[in-house]
Design a protein around this ligand. Structure first.
Ligand SMILES: Nc1nc2c(c(=O)[nH]1)N[C@H]1C(S)=C(S)[C@@H](COP(=O)(O)OP(=O)(O)OC[C@H]3O[C@@H](n4cnc5c(N)ncnc54)[C@H](O)[C@@H]3O)O[C@H]1N2
Ligand code: MOO
Length: 645
């Protein structure tokens, strides 16, 4: 495999977001070019490439708009309830689809159905309700105006009239209009065919087994879907390794056969970053921006080669999708002939300080919850490498390049990902546990809409105190009293008992240093062996408090490795990055680790005694009770109120 030497020559010129966009659009001149006829059934979401004139009148003939009688209005000028007029009936009944045969002469009427073609001579329709049968004819007890209840030919759309304009996005209503004038096809802009390539030796396609040190390719599928959302026809070409020759070949072929190419990964400064070099030689003007003062998204690379966009999105999933939506999708929409996407914006306030890097326009993803004084925007800060932040957020806050953060309480504008806010009716903020998923799984689909934000126990309690949430799941050990959770409640709060989770020392099965010993003996052994590496937990977590009590001040090897979840501890031990740590039993079991029980951790739910929505809270408590067996099956011990008391 050929790898170029590491280079420091990349993105020396970081452009501002706007300068990068301007340069890209100036080089690309994005506008749609190819027109294709598309059948009515497949037109939804397409964009008209030409004005559409109606080939016929709609309706095609003058027709009755009510059931009744076609008449000459002048005959009924004097008609009233006191002095009804008598009309003779012509010998035909005009149903829908029946061309009339007889003329309506003076003093006569013809029975007609709604939608029936108006007969010659008649200029109005009188509703059947205002008539009575009489002497082989009818009496009419009110006057009608000329033209009453007649839909004239072409009154909806006249033949030759432009009924849909070029650039119209076709929805169901436009389909109805085309069908009403008999058009079974319409000329629309051909969708730009955009090739997608994911680069990186570490990537594995979804559905395949994961190799050690590999990750699943999420950028490829998300860009495919996002392209489709933006009027393009994505062609997913899969994964290419970090091999310069292979990448060059794949990129050249993709560029030649499609209207544009989107790659992801390999645009930053690593030794494997060969993507950018591969763009050289694809055609002028080439790269117009590499390095944009955006967070996430700094390494974005925008190029135009031979009139086609070639974009390298950053490898980190959040960065990739954000830069796609911010700088790439708008250009592609112009290429597809689509209108600009108008984003809905709402005002919310920040519950806590929102940190930000000075010098880069920063997009902070937020989840919206209903707080005591309006919407609250909680940052969903997971870093650019996260895939889930996007799905958990409702929108984003833009922090200007010249701000180094926004303080708690600041009113911010949130640009929504969707068209409206769906603020949940049951907000749960705090520590996350798989048992909580089991409880929420038992909630009635027709009941309150729950939303969980995992901030840890302390963050949850703080949110509950601010009344930004309804429930705070917590597991906090009070080191002095040795009790869980209760000592941390504020006045006016109560605890809904949740469950207990056995915490213990986890290690790989068969590790002779720990196997067959009790907790004290196992600890003594690992503390005496500098090669026995531990994995610790983050400060402030209940598990860390427990570990520090056990270690009694000892600094075991590995002490400063401090991830923030049980899963990360178990993964470190299972993968051999550490030899022991502390986690809950279900997580240890999932990775087939040995487990030395240490203590029962209490996972409970802090709530206000006077909740803002008692019904929603009751629904949660019902679900909690209903989930008892599910919790037991997961390895938790559901608490009963009696045990807790
Ligand atoms: N010394 C520096 N290092 C980095 C810088 C920098 O300025 N100096 N920039 C950082 C920033 S910001 C970002 S964003 C990332 C982006 O790097 P690349 O675009 O070169 O991406 P890779 O190195 O190939 O991968 C980064 C990361 O993303 C994962 N990845 C890649 N492709 C996919 C995919 N299709 N699906 C899911 N995940 C993917 C990859 O495994 C890596 O974990 O660089 C920083 N570094
Ligand atoms: O700029 Mo990178 O895209 O923040 O992670």
């Amino acid at each position: 495999m050929t790898r170029p030497a590491p280079t420091q020559s990349q993105f020396l010129h970081i452009l501002s977001r706007n300068a990068a966009e301007t340069a890209f659009l100036a080089a690309l001149h994005p506008r749609p070019t190819r027109v294709e006829p598309v059948a009515l059934d497949a037109l939804l979401g397409r964009v008209l490439a030409r004005d559409i004139a109606s080939p016929v009148d709609a309706p095609p003939f003058d027709r009755a708009l009510v059931d009744g009688f076609a008449v000459r209005a002048a005959d009924l000028a004097q008609a009233s309830g006191a002095e009804p007029c008598h009309l003779r009936l012509n010998a035909e009944v005009i149903a829908c689809g029946t061309p009339p045969a007889l003329t309506v002469g003076a003093g006569t009427a013809t029975a007609i159905a709604t939608g029936g073609p108006m007969p010659r001579g008649a200029d109005a329709v009188v509703m059947i309700e205002f008539t009575e049968p009489a002497d082989g004819g009818i009496t009419v007890n009110r006057a009608v105006a000329p033209g009453a209840f007649v839909g004239f030919a072409g009154s909806d759309i006249a033949s030759g009239q432009i009924m849909l304009r070029r650039g119209t996005l076709i929805g169901a209503r436009e389909v109805a209009m085309l069908a009403a004038v008999g058009l079974d096809h319409a000329p629309v802009w051909a969708k730009p065919r955009i090739a997608i390539l994911s680069t990186g030796d570490e990537l594995v396609a979804a559905g395949e087994p994961l190799r050690p040190a590999a990750v699943y390719d999420s950028n490829g599928p998300v860009i495919v879907a996002a392209l489709r959302e933006n009027g393009c026809d994505p062609v997913h070409l899969g994964i290419v390794g970090d091999d310069a020759t292979a990448l060059q070949t794949a990129l050249a072929a993709a560029h030649a056969a499609h209207d544009g190419v989107i790659l992801s990964g390999g645009t930053s400064k690593g030794t494997g970053d060969v993507t950018v070099q591969a763009i050289a030689g694809l055609g002028a003007p080439g790269i117009v921006a590499h390095g944009v003062a955006l967070k996430p998204g700094k390494p974005l690379c925008l190029a135009v080669c031979d009139g086609k966009p070639v974009v390298v999105l950053p490898g980190f999933p959040t960065s990739a999708i954000f830069t796609f939506h911010d700088l790439v999708a708008p250009a592609l929409r112009l290429l597809a002939g689509l209108p600009r996407r108008s984003a809905a914006v709402v005002t919310a306030h920040l519950p806590v300080h929102l940190p930000s890097d000075l010098g880069r326009t920063e997009f902070a993803m937020v989840a919206l919850l209903q707080g005591a004084d309006g919407l609250v925007a909680h940052a969903v800060a997971k870093g650019s490498g996260a895939v889930t932040a996007f799905a958990q957020a409702d929108g984003f806050v833009t922090v200007p390049a010249l701000a180094d953060g926004l303080s708690a309480g600041t009113q911010v504008q949130v640009t929504l990902f969707g068209s409206q806010v769906t603020a949940p009716s049951l907000a749960i903020i705090g520590s996350h546990c798989t048992g909580l998923d089991a409880v929420l799984g038992r909630m009635d689909d027709a009941g309150p809409l729950p939303r969980v934000l995992a901030t840890g126990s302390q963050g949850g309690l703080a949110a509950l105190r601010r009344r930004d949430c309804d429930i705070a799941p917590i597991h906090l050990l009070d080191a002095d009293s040795g009790t869980y959770n209760t000592p941390f409640l504020s006045a006016g709060m109560r605890l809904i008992p949740g469950w207990r989770r056995m915490q213990g020392i986890v290690y790989r099965k068969g590790d002779a240093r720990l196997e067959g010993r009790d907790v004290d003996a196992a600890l003594a052994t690992v503390l005496g062996d500098p090669d026995a590496l531990m994995v610790n937990r983050n400060a402030g977590s209940g598990t860390r408090i427990l570990l520090d009590r056990l270690l009694q001040g000892a600094r075991a090897a590995g002490y400063w490795n401090q991830p923030a979840s049980h899963n990360a501890v178990a993964a470190a031990v299972a993968q051999g990055r550490a030899d022991w740590g502390m986690a809950i039993a279900p997580v240890a079991a999932a990775l087939d680790l040995a487990f030395l029980p240490v203590a029962d951790e209490h996972y409970d739910f802090a709530v206000w005694q006077e909740p803002r929505d008692a019904g929603a809270l009751a629904a949660f408590e019902d679900a909690l009770a209903a989930a008892a067996d599910d919790l037991t099956a997961l390895g938790f011990v559901p608490a009963t109120s009696k045990e807790q008391a």
